[in-house]
Design a protein around this ligand. Structure first.
Ligand code: ZN
Length: 226
């Protein structure tokens, strides 16, 4: 166990500031958490000296304190709610990619030339899952009755195949930025507290290139705290 140095904190701050994938609110909150860790000396590694089996050193108040740092007008409950909102927003999750308007073409095919894709826009569209992964795609059709029928068939078959395969849940593909920067024992509980839809799963790429800071605090299951 070694003490977390100023240089390590500075290194994380630099990477957070330069990470192009971070939503602004998450970025500010990460910086605030890192600042609070340094000010409160809760990086864990120094506190853990001589107590390798005891990883609980402080309360989970660091999440509240970081929110407070960003908005000192909040009362304590407000600071907890703010932390909950920011962490909930970052909960790793699957989000389907919606095609841009320009990419929404009919699934139908033409008779002349045979099999050529229909170039018309969709007037009816819906999501359809990949039966193997559960990942969703938008498909649609124009007003041509044959194309409508092809769309309905793809839609029906996609959902039927997905159900036959045991309704697989797609892997998380967004969120989890906080978790990528901080090592913390209770991420699943924290995200679940902040976002009731959270399902534990893989955190999406990209990984930060170097070691993360370790935040060693307990989770408390009472009141408005995680
Ligand atoms: Zn069409």
């Amino acid at each position: 166990m070694k003490t977390t140095s100023m240089a390590e904190f500075g290194d994380v701050v630099t990477r957070v500031m330069e990470d192009p994938n971070l939503p602004e609110r998450t970025r500010q909150y990460l910086i605030a958490v890192v600042h609070e860790m340094r000010m409160q000396g809760v990086s864990g590694r120094s506190r853990l000296k001589g107590r390798p089996h005891q990883d609980i050193t402080r309360g989970s108040e660091i999440w509240r304190d970081a929110a407070w740092l960003l908005n000192s007008d909040l009362d304590e409950r407000g600071a907890w709610l703010s932390a909950k909102s920011i962490i909930g927003e970052d909960a790793p999750r699957y989000e389907m990619t919606f095609p841009t308007y320009d990419a929404r073409f009919c699934v139908g095919t033409m008779l002349r030339p045979a099999g050529a894709p229909c170039k018309r826009r969709t007037t009816r569209s819906s999501s359809v899952p990949n039966p193997m992964t559960g990942e969703l795609t938008m498909i649609g059709a124009c007003n041509d009755p044959r194309h409508r029928a092809a769309f309905e068939a793809q839609h029906r078959d996609g959902w039927a195949g997905w159900r036959l395969n045991g309704e697989p849940t797609p892997a998380n593909n967004t969120g989890g930025h906080l978790r990528r920067y901080m090592r913390y024992t209770h991420w699943d509980q924290l995200y679940a507290w902040a976002n009731h839809r959270y399902q534990p799963g893989a955190t999406p790429a990209p990984e930060p290139p170097r070691a993360r800071l370790a935040l060693v605090t307990p989770i408390r299951a009472k009141g408005s705290q995680p």
